[in-house]
Design a protein around this ligand. Structure first.
Ligand code: GCB
Length: 604
């Protein structure tokens, strides 16, 4: 089970933040078993005293920073360190060290004292570090990260030892991935220290079940809470307090609420925000303040539709990746801003966080700009029996706890996705997904839960029955019948109609797409040309339009932008199914999709 609320670090009268981003010192451990760093205790001294180091930016993936192929493809432990000072004024406060994401297994030391370890590459972890800190001089933080994927990690993978001495040198091994994206590694998001009072606001949960303005909330405190007093104020955009309470939990009523609406390009004000301000005072009169932005909106679903604020919502969106040149999966504000501008240019109103939780700074933009999110956990590539055992299941449940804890208050998040294309025709997939989906619904009874099918047919699937909405990926006229655009309609209609009929739930197409090399043109079209991508999408759109009036609740193209993958015979410098290039410039398909999405908005 997980501990603490792990509220996103936000400055207030009582809370300060110190960023530890920048250039760190870095070394990969190339020793045959990758364990030299532990044997020689690289955490016990400055890293540059135990061997050569290079500068490494944080946040960033390390893979594409140097010109070194062995670092790009490195598998095993890498080591980072840097020094910092903390204000003596923090000595009487609680000082927390938070790593927003490090992929995959991490161990963290402060001044040679181990303060944390974490498994999982896409969610934050933190610990109080007062005891390890030196308030009177220099401090050192050391982080070691292992990017190895195993059958029980999420995503799962495996290490294959090559034993044929005629073909491989001794000890040769490769990392096999079960997913179609590069296994970027490193400290991918911010590292920071923040301070709170010793008695502090630990967690806030806000639920809006309907659009009446009733907000269910729960505030939990930690520390010496005896005799602590609390005030909750809801403040509107113009700064006016519209509701207050002195109870740590209950219902608060906002008269005539402004609702949080998804983005439309027709001028309607989307994404209205209130601030949920919590103020506490402990028995010694020491205060803590936290301001959580939130929106009022409802999410409901029938057997044919998804509804936001009681109105049918049709997802016209994209599936994305955290991926870009040089930085890999590293957090990058210019990239985030550019991507949201492109989403709005397209007229998109949603995206899926395929295939792992995205940075909180990305989710903030979705909240603030009214872009709806299907929030996916890193359950991609769960294909085999070994990925569905007890150890895997327990980790998967914990990851869902971490994800729901992190994103539960976000109005943009309208659905949880527990996996992408698992082997859901397997008998063990039934109990496995029943448990994962059941646990997610226990954690959050108010949002629909899904996984994305792709590894099974409707007549054999053992797990889709536990979802609320059926999400399906299809590549007709690409991975099957390549070049035969004329089969798309028939095959899509048959398949999707049957998914709906079999489970009596709404359907969202979460992926369809064709690899396209920007600048490659041909008439008549051929696979990989810009013409083919457009014609391919047009065929899919015809069937979407026919089924939209029945039970189709959304469409999402694969992918927003080209992205890096492992080297493979089917990949020319990565996956090229983007409607934008990896550098975020449009292919013909982006213009085509924009016409459609802008048109759909106007037709409403
Ligand atoms: C899929 C996967 C996605 C791949 C995509 C493709 O079904 O969900 O991760 O990248 O197909 O392009 O093959």
């Amino acid at each position: 089970a997980i501990h603490g609320g792990m509220l996103y670090p936000r400055e207030s009268e009582s809370r300060q933040i110190q960023e530890l981003n920048g250039m760190w010192k870095f070394r990969a451990d190339y020793s045959p078993n990758r364990l030299r760093g532990f044997d020689q205790k690289w955490f016990a001294k400055p890293l540059d005293q135990t061997g050569p180091v290079i500068p490494m930016p944080v946040p960033s993936s390390y893979n594409d920073i140097t010109t070194n192929q062995s670092l790009r493809d490195f598998v095993g432990w890498t080591w980072y360190d840097r020094t910092f000072f903390v204000s003596p004024e923090w000595q009487n406060k609680r000082v927390v060290l938070r790593v927003d994401s490090a992929h995959y297994n991490s161990i963290v030391w402060v001044n040679s004292i181990q303060v944390m370890n974490h498994s999982g590459g896409h969610l934050p972890f933190e610990a109080e570090v007062n005891k390890a800190l030196n308030f009177a001089g220099e401090n050192r933080i050391t982080i070691t990260i292992n990017n190895t994927l195993s059958p029980t990690t999420l995503p799962p993978g495996s290490i294959e030892y090559k034993t044929d001495k005629n073909r491989y040198p001794a000890g040769y091994f490769v990392q096999n991935l079960q997913m179609d994206f590069f296994n970027y590694a490193g400290i991918h998001r911010s590292v920071r220290l923040y301070s709170t009072p010793r008695t502090y606001i630990d967690d806030i949960t806000i639920v809006t079940r309907d659009t009446s303005g009733v907000v269910d909330y729960n505030v939990t405190l930690e520390g010496n809470t005896a005799g602590a007093t609390l005030t909750v104020d809801v403040i509107d955009k113009s700064g006016v307090t519209v509701a207050s309470s002195s109870q740590p939990r209950g219902k608060i009523m906002i008269p005539k609420p402004h609702l949080w609406w998804p983005y439309t390009s027709n001028g309607q004000d989307p994404a209205y925000f209130y601030t949920f301000k919590v103020a506490i005072k402990d028995s010694k009169n020491i205060a803590d303040f936290y301001r959580l932005p939130f929106g009022i909106r409802s999410v409901e679903w029938t057997n044919t539709q998804l509804l936001i604020n009681g109105k049918p919502f049709y997802c016209q969106g994209v599936a994305k990746h955290e991926d870009a040149d040089i930085r890999g999966k590293g957090l990058d504000y210019p990239l985030i801003a550019r991507d949201f501008n492109l989403l709005k240019w397209l007229g998109a109103n949603c995206f899926r966080t395929s295939h792992y939780p995205y940075a909180e700074e990305i989710m903030d933009q979705a909240d603030q700009q009214g872009i709806v999110v299907i929030d996916e956990c890193p359950g991609v590539g769960i294909k085999e029996v070994s990925n569905m055992g007890k150890v895997s299941l327990n980790h998967h449940l914990e990851v869902m706890e971490e994800l729901v804890r992190r994103d539960k208050n976000r109005p943009s998040v309208i659905m949880w996705s527990v996996a992408n294309e698992p082997g859901s025709a397997r008998p063990e997939a039934g109990p496995y997904f029943k448990a994962v989906i059941g646990h997610t619904k226990y954690l959050d009874p108010y949002r629909p839960v899904t996984f994305v099918v792709g590894g099974s047919d409707f007549y054999e699937d053992k797990a889709a029955q536990y979802t609320d909405i059926i999400c399906v990926n299809h590549y007709y006229a690409w991975y099957s019948d390549m070049g035969h655009l004329d089969v798309i309609q028939l095959q899509m209609n048959y398949d999707i109609t049957n998914w709906h009929k079999t489970f009596n739930k709404p359907v969202i197409i979460t992926e369809y797409g064709a690899d396209t090399v920007a600048g490659l043109h041909k008439l008549p079209s051929d696979a990989f040309t810009e013409e083919y991508q457009v014609q391919f999408m047009r065929k899919y759109h015809e069937i979407f339009d026919a089924l939209r009036k029945q039970f189709l609740a959304g469409e999402m193209v694969w992918n927003f932008a080209d992205f890096q993958t492992d080297q493979a015979t089917t990949r020319v410098d990565g996956n090229k199914k983007g409607v934008f290039t990896r550098q975020r410039q449009p292919k013909m398909a982006a213009h085509f999709l924009r016409d459609r999405y802008q048109g759909l908005i106007n037709r409403r």
